[in-house]
Design a binder for this molecule. Structure first.
Ligand code: ATP
Ligand code: MG
Length: 262
């Protein structure tokens, strides 16, 4: 049998990455310090941590939207220089185009040349996300959960190898959030893509992740790694299991206390 070598290759690798910003008063802000990790093929990593600890900065570096101040970010062994279709990003705020309909949003990233196949893909995603009846609606007529489904479909339809999600369900109510988590797990399982997702929510991390990275601020760093028990898909029901409860408490105890800042 062939040996799995994923562990030493890693799809996405951060090697000793630091990032410093200069703010509008010319003060240096060290957003990240010495971030090192590898995300393996088909792995689902969730990053949690308080506001300002550098979570979005990690995703922007992984997407190729920003450059490191020190250290390297590698994708399939090559340094990331710019955004790439293989890495799909869903932003912290709703990333749908308000001037396009649901259907037009979903087909946006596709190569327009093969239209029959494309229309089939679009129909599949409209159906999968439960948006078939809203294909011709504009985002302003949709609820927050529906908009996030459009954003997910639009990103997934181009079949990215790595999905980068920045608090994708942060603005949603508890119920909608749960159904979006289930939908995401299903979409990811179907496609086999790898995921790096950022959230504030420890429960969300425990439902979605293969590994959870807890970050702390000033400067942003990875404090700890946790591995949730049991196979996926998991739901809210798993959280009442004693193993989950104790892991939840452990993470909560380690979660950096947010102090008020100027
Ligand atoms: N373009 C920028 N210019 C200056 N400072 C920045 C810039 N982007 C981020 N920062 C700073 O870097 C730090 C990390 O920011 P980042 O957005 O990555 O945090 P975060 O963990 O995503 O926070 P939140 O949970 O609130 O989204 C913060 O102190 C932020 O103010
Ligand atoms: Mg952020």
């Amino acid at each position: 049998m062939e040996m799995k070598t994923n562990n030493d290759t890693g799809l996405l690798k951060f090697q000793n990455v630091s990032k410093t910003f200069v703010d509008n008063k010319f003060r240096k802000i060290q957003a990240l310090a010495n971030i090192t990790f590898a995300l393996n093929q088909s792995e689902f990593i969730v990053i949690i941590g308080p506001s300002g600890c550098g979570k979005s900065t990690i995703l922007r570096l992984a997407a190729g939207l920003d450059k490191t101040s020190f250290g390297k970010v590698l994708y399939r062994g090559k340094q990331i220089k710019e955004p790439d279709r293989r890495r799909g990003l869903v932003f912290q705020s709703y990333s749908v185009f308000p001037w396009l309909t649901v259907r037009e949003n979903i087909e946006f990233g596709l190569d327009k040349t093969d239209s029959r196949l494309n229309q089939e893909k679009v129909s599949n995603w409209l159906f999968f996300t439960g948006l078939a009846n809203f294909a011709d609606a504009y985002p302003k007529a949709l609820s927050g959960g529906m908009r996030q489904r459009v954003a997910l479909a639009r990103t997934m339809i181009v079949e990215p190898e790595l999905l980068l999600l920045d608090e994708p369900f942060g603005a949603l109510d508890e119920r909608t959030r749960e159904s979006m988590q289930a939908l995401l797990l299903k979409a990811v399982a179907n496609s086999g893509c790898s995921v790096l997702l950022v959230t504030h929510d420890i429960r969300e991390a425990l439902i979605l992740a293969d590994r959870v990275f807890l970050m702390g601020p000033h400067p942003g760093k990875i404090l700890d790694t946790f591995v949730p028990p049991s196979e996926k898909p998991r739901t809210r029901d798993n959280l009442s299991n004693p193993e989950f409860k104790s892991l939840y408490k452990e993470i909560l105890n380690r979660f950096p206390v947010q102090l008020l800042e100027d």
